[in-house]
Design a protein around this ligand. Sequence first.
Ligand code: AMP
Ligand code: MG
Length: 406
Amino acid sequence: MISVEEALERILAEITSLNVTQVSLPEALGHVLAEDVISQEDIPPFANSAMDGFALLSQDSQPRDGQPPRLHITGEVAAGYVADHAVEAGTAMRIMTGAPVPPGADAVIQVELTRLEGPESEWVEILQTVEPGNNIRPAGEDMRRGQTILLRRTEIGPWEIGVLATLGWASVPVIRRPRVAILGTGDEVIDVDEPLRPGKIRNSNSYLLEAAVQRAGAEPRRLGVARDTVESLREKFAEAIQCDLIITSGGVSVGEFDLVKNIMTEQGAIDFWRINMRPGKPVAFGHLGNVPLLGLPGNPVSAAVTFELFGRPVIRKMLGDAHLVRSQVDVVVEDGVSERVMRRHYVRAHVEWRDGRFVAHTTGNQGSNIMTSLLNANALLIVPEGGTVIQPGDTAKAIMLDWPEV
Ligand code: AMP
Ligand code: MG
C-alpha cells in the first residue's frame, strides 16, 4: 500500500498536457492559455481624458490678479471622435471621458471645477489651478507595446477575458479540454430513472463524477454501467479507450467480481491499486492501451474524495494548468474526530472564518457509504495515519475544496 503523496506523484508523472487548439474568445473561459500574451499596442492607444470637463493649457489655469481665468471655448470632443483643431493659449475645448486629448492641451479640468455664465456661454471660468497631465490618461499607461501581459498556463477567467478583448484576441490558443470516459460497474447498479428493485441501488457515482469532471474543466462522457462480467467490461472499455482519460468506479477491490483490475492487466498495465487512506483504499491507477485509467472505489464518498485528490489534478495537468493542488489551512476542529483510523483519514468538514480564525465542524457519520456526509462539506480535514485522535478544539490541516488550486 502506498501513501497518498506517492500515489499522486506516480500518477502525475504519467500525465502530460494535451495539444493546443484555437477557441473563440467567449469559449476561452475556464481554459488554460497555451501561449504568452504579448501586447502589440499601447493600451490605452491614445492619451485621453479621465473626466468630463475642459481640455486646456495648464499654465492658463493660473489666477490672474487674484481672479479665476476665463477661457474661450472653441469646440468639443466626444468619446470616439478626434478634435479638428488644437487648443491654443487662452482657449479651452469641452471634452468627454475617454475622448482623445486635443493637440496643444496638456491638462483637463473636470467640469465641477469650472463655471459657465450660462448654458450657451462661449466662456468658461477655471476655478482651480491644474498641473500638466491633470486628468490625462497617457497612451500605454496600462499596457505597453511588447510587454508580456499574461503567461501561458494561466487559467482564463472573466478578468483575463477582458484583457484579451482589450488586446484584440478574438481567438485564443488554449489547451484543449480532455475527454473523460466515466464508467460505472456492478450488477446491482441501475440508472436513476429506473424503479428500485430488490437488491438494486441507483447509479450515483457516474452522475457525481460527470459533474465533478465537468467542474474540473474536462468534457465528461458517461458510458453507463458495465455488468460484473469480463465481456461487459471489455465492451465498455472498447468505447472508453477513445477518450483521454478513463475513470471507473467500483470493481477494484479484492472481491470475486472486482474485474476492472483483470481487464487492466489484460489490455494494459496496473501501476498500483491500493492507497493508505480512508475513505478510498482501493484506488487503481494504470493504463488501458495508452490511455490512463483511474479506477476509483465504488462507495460514493470514496469515489468523490479520491476524485478530488487524484482525478482533479490529473485533469488540471492535462489542461496545462500550472496549479494542481488545493490550498491547505490550519483549522480549529470544534467537534474533534474521535474515531481511530490507522490509515490517513480524510474527514469531510465545513470550514468557516470566525473571530479571526478558521473553524471546522465535521459533517457527521464518516462512513464511506454515507453520501450525506458530503453535503455542506467545503473541506477535507487531514487526520494523520497511525490512529490519531483530534480532541475538540485541536488544530488540524484542512484541504479547502472551494478554493482554487495553488
Ligand atoms: P465495489 O468496489 O464494486 O465492491 O463497490 C463498493 C460499494 O459501492 C458497493 O456497496 C457498491 O454497491 C457501491 N457502488 C458501486 N458502484 C456504485 C455506483 N455507481 N453508484 C452507487 N454505489 C455504487
Ligand atoms: Mg462492484
